[in-house]
Each structure stands twice: as C-alpha cells, then as structure tokens.
Design a protein around this ligand. Sequence first.
Ligand code: GLN
Ligand code: ZN
Length: 755
Amino acid sequence: MAKNWVIGFPRIGEQRELKKALESYWAGDIGFEEVKKCSKTLRKRHWQYQKDNDIEYISCNDFSLYDNMLDMSIVIGAIPKRFRDIENEEELYFSMARGNKNSTAMSMTKWLNTNYHYIVPELSKDDEYSLNIKKIKEEYFEAKEFGIKPKINLIGIVSYIAFSKAVDFADRFEAFGKIIQVYEKLLKEISKFDDEIIVQFDEPYFVKDISAKELSLLKIAYDRLSAVAQNIKIAVVTYFEHSKEATKVLASTDIWAIGLDFVYGSDNIDSLDVISQSDKVLIAGVIDGRNIWVSDIEKKVSLLKAISKKLNKENIIVSTSCSLLHVPITLKYEKKLACDIKDWIAFGVEKLAELRVTSNLFFGSSSELSAEDRELLSANKRAIHFRATSNKIHNFEVFERLKNIDSFNRDLPFEKRIKIQKDILSLPILPTTTIGSFPQTAELRKLRRDYKNKEISKDVYERGIKSYIDECIACQEECGLDVLVHGEPERNDMVEYFGEMLEGFAFSQNGWVQSYGSRCVKPPLLYGDVSRPNAMTVEWITYAQSKTEKPVKGMLTGPVTILNWSFVRDDQPKDVTAKQIALSIADEIDDLQKEGIKIVQVDEAAFKEGYPLRKEKIGAYEKWAIESFKLATAVAEPKTQIHTHMCYSDFNDIIDTIEAMDADVITIETSRSGNRLLKVFKRVGYKKEIGPGVYDIHSPRVPTVEEIKEQIGKLLEVLPKEQLWINPDCGLKTRKWEEVKPSLKNMVQAVKSFR
Ligand code: GLN
Ligand code: ZN
C-alpha cells in the first residue's frame, strides 16, 4: 500500500466553477442551492482525482466557500459583534467575508508568504465561543458516501489565534483559554463520527521565528487535544519553512504524526532524530505544493531514502509540501503552451500523479511499478533532462551581461541628482501626481480583448489606446496636476503585460490560483533567462508626452515585483532571475530617457511580500532585492528622476532597505494611517522625496477638499514641504471616471492652500 498524503486540494474548480457560482449568487442571479450543488460537484471531482491517483490520505474540509480561516471562525463561533444578529447562515458567512450594507467586512491579509489572502479573525474579550460542527460533519459523511475515509483538515489552534487580531484587549493569546475548550469539544464530537479518525491541524505559524511563550502554548494545546479521544489520530503539519523548534515540542506530546516541508524547509532534516526518538509518524512534504515545475522523481526518492536512514520506513508518509491550493488545478486545458514547456510543468492533478509514483517507488521497487507508473517515470526523466539542457532556457548573452556588472550605483549621489532634477523639472512646491493607472472601463477591456483575439486590427487597437491616452492627459490637465501619466490603458495587469513582452516567460490559458474569495490570479510562468527583444512602453509614454507640456512619468513594474508575482524557475537562485529582469527594465529606462522622458516610476508593489519567513534569511533577500532594483535604475542619468511606488504604509522594519534602494521619490499608501506610520521617515533622517497617499483609492467615495487638507496638514507635521509629493495612495484603475475626476480636482485644490 502506497502511503501518501495530500495536505489539501484547491476548491475554486478547474474552470473556476466556484467563482462563477459565487459571483452569480452574490449578484442575485442564482439561489444558494445552486452554489451548494456546484460545491458538491467540485468536492466529488477533487476526491475522484485523488482516488484515481491512489492517494491514501485525502482531506475533507479543505473545501471552502470563501476561506478556511473564516470557516474556522464559524466552527468556534468567533463572530464579530457587528454580525451577531444575522440569523441566516449564508448571509452571516458572506457578510463576514465581504461586508454588508451596515457593516464593513472583516479584514484580509496574506497567508504567510503566499499570494493567498485569508480573513483575519477578530477576537473580543467578551466573546462567548460555541461549537458549530455542521460543515465538517457534512463533508465528512459526504466523503464517506463517495467512498473514501477522509482525514479532517482544521486550522490548528495556535496558528488560528496567532493569525487573528484582538479588537479590545492587548494580547490575542489571552483568548487561548476559552478557545481551546471549543477545540476540545470539537474533537469530542468528531470522535463520534467513526471508529478511527485522522485530524490534520495546520500550524504554519511555527515556521516563523517563534517565542518561548508560543511554544509553550503549542505544548499545552496538543497535550490537551491528544487527550480528548482515543480514536482520534492527530497530525500537525507546517509548511513553507522549517519548524524545528515546534517539532521538538510536538515530539513530546501524544499526537500521532508531524508534517514537515522538505522543499522550502530543508533544515527540517535536522529534526529527524527528534522524530524518530519519539516514534512519531513523519509526513514528509517532498512534492512542491506551491510552484509548478515537474518534480525530479528520482531525486525525491533519494531524499526519502536519506530520511529513512533515520526513520523507520513504516513511519514515513510521502506528501505534498503544502496544500495544492497555491497551484492551478490541471494542465488539461492548456492548448497553447509550447509542448516542451508544457512537459516541464505539473499543476495540481499532475502533482497527484507525481506523488503516487514517488511513493510507489519509495515503498516498492521500480520493477513493481505498474505500466502506467513506469511510463510516467520515464516521461518524468525525459522532462527533467530536456528542461535542464533546453536552449530555450539559457541565453548566453544575458549570462555574460550579468557576469560583467561592475556597479549597481547611479552616477551621482541623491543630493547632487535632486538639484539637477529640480532645475530641469521646475515643479511647484508639493508637486501633485498620480500612481499610474486611470479607470479601466469595460470599453477598454473589450478593446484589448478584441485585439488579443485578432478581431480588430493593430491599427484600430492603437487608435483606441491613443484616444484613451488623449482623454487621460486632458483630464489631468483639467485637474491641474503637475506630473502626468499615460494611464496604463494597454495593460491588463502590471506583471502580465511585461511578462508578455519579455523572453523567458510563458502564459497558461487556465492556470488560475485562488487569491481570495472568488478572486483568482493567473501568474506568468517564468521558465528561462529573461531578455527584452523590443521596447515595451516607449511608444505609449512618448505619445502621451507629445500631448502635453507637463512632464509625463514613464511607468514600469520593478524586477522584484515581477518575480514575486510569477511562478519562478527553480533551477537557479531567485536573485539571478531577478537581476536578469532588472537588466530588461534598465534597457527600457534607458530608451525612455533617450526619448526625452524625464521621470520614470518603477513600481515595487510586491517588494515587501517577498520577505522570507525566517529572520536569518532576511538579510540575503534584502541584499538581492535592493541590488535588483538598483541594477534596473542605475542606468538613469542624474537628470532622470526615478520614482518607485509601494502598496504599503508600514515601513518601520524596512526603512533602511527603502533608503538603500536609492529612488529619488517614493510614493506609498499612508492615507489610512494619518501620519503615524510616516514618522519613521523622520526618525531615521530620510532625505529623499516622499509621496504619502493623501486619499484612499480603495473606496468609491470622493474625498472633500477639507479632508485632504487635513491629511496634508498631518503630513507637514512630520516632514518638510520640500520633501513631500501629493498623490492618491495607489493606482486608479479600479475607480470610475466620475470618482477620479472630482477627487483629483479636490486634491489639487487642497494643495494650493499650502503653496
Ligand atoms: N502603476 C500601477 C498602477 O497605478 C501601480 C499599481 C500597484 O502598485 N498595485 O496601477
Ligand atoms: Zn499601490
């Protein structure tokens, strides 16, 4: 019997069925019964995929209508006050997720270092928790009816609390005493389902740097939970990094199994002795659950063999490194990927097959493999070989260029550059600008789609884009802004657009990954050395510049963000890939400045989310992230002003890094925090220019002149006029023209009173 385990499976559906059902339901076009029907179909299909691949440990409760953390809040009854009087279950659930006309939604944040967002639980001191086991029970028996005996996936109690926020008390862990009781009740109830049941608790919080107090809670939690019922076998899993400290603690509890990530947490190897001494079962995560390249099955088997030197084979279960939630579901709809590149890729279903063959090979021998497994194994070997030797991947010129870099620095230091720039630009004090994009209308999306589908000619398309730019420039002139943008009408997405223009990227047709709720993203597949065959933005930016006397900012996406929002190659270090992208961006900046563009913005929206989970690795990340940004921008002559934009407001931990990036101007997202978070710039004596957003673009509301004045006033309490720019806090693409125009007018109006 192959012993293998899948931490979790995606639920959005290979044709995004769940997304479509949810959105139709929210729009009032279908009833909730339809959503339930769709969910059932998906669960069955996903179980079937796993069954077809001889997966022994298949999950239930990995399904969710919106998010697993939110589901857990429902299970333990952690309902924020403002939603408590909603009686209808669905209404309650979706109100918590998305808000309703009376109450704002619960907030959302990234699940560790992934691009998946979970709903942040809100704990309050007068919460009375109570158990709601309905969904778990339904899914468990549904799976049994389908013909499998599933494990039950739950968020572990310590991670649940660690990832929540306390709304009216100081330390969220104060809620532990109450919440553990509900978890105990939950296990008690689950124990009645069957003779023997496996429960998987996800405790990924423990892959971060952890305090002694949190470790002691882990111990208390699993001592208590493993004492609840004899017939429950508890597996605690972590992923995305090593969890050595927690493993030691868990080994001293009575849980049954420990799940570790050996792909992103290779240091977990050091925990094998502890595990073997404690006689725990190891769920060994060896199949990469968050990137999309085929696994080298033979290497995986060698790794497992190395593990089995320390551990009894009987005590090893072969697993995915994390839930497959973070990869697309199947390659079966990919008709346009080049065949060779397609061979190098494994999405969720293909990973199930890899897991099957890996575990069969590890527990058996190659002669015992079925014909089908043998075929897969030889295809796997071929793919690994061809990928490593393909001339599509390697570009000697790029390699040479990178080898010969002698400096990451601009020609002059900031103090000298800024004088030259000020002379040339001669902007008023408190210059006004925007972050880049303007409203993306249905008309515009249709224009791009029609062009992509070859339904209109290049000429018609370009005329369409140009007329948008005309309108956009006219609008900004009318509003009285100082530094203009072209509005980004040619871009569907700030990463995809550049990926499509660069060598080394491929695109799936259907490689969707859930980002939050019904929202999915389709990350580019970065498979090879990156180069830029042609200019990517010059035509549009220079066109926009030809329509105005005011400076137009060139608009590019930075190397770190392009990297962090793609499925990135695993056959070379990330820093090399980032620097290759940086060279292409540098070429673009150079072309722009040669065409007379005086300001170029290099967006690094995803700079912060690439941060490693462990402190010990942050230094290395910061080094290459800074170098990549600098490599991209060092080409700018002293007179060319480099802006960057980041979608954050909290720079407290990374201010030195921001400074080291050496951008002349940074625009950031402080509109919702007044000037509180801005103070760090003053504290460290930050000298470069800053544009803290003065109003929130995430809301359709038009800010009044007074409000913006007040916000500017707050900024001026912290930073001198000479250092400040005035702008909205992010791009305007999700807003409507009717909102954008008056907002920008009010912004310009507000600035005038300070000049
Ligand atoms: N220039 C981009 C825009 O305005 C920046 C978006 C972002 O940082 N998320 O849309
Ligand atoms: Zn932003």
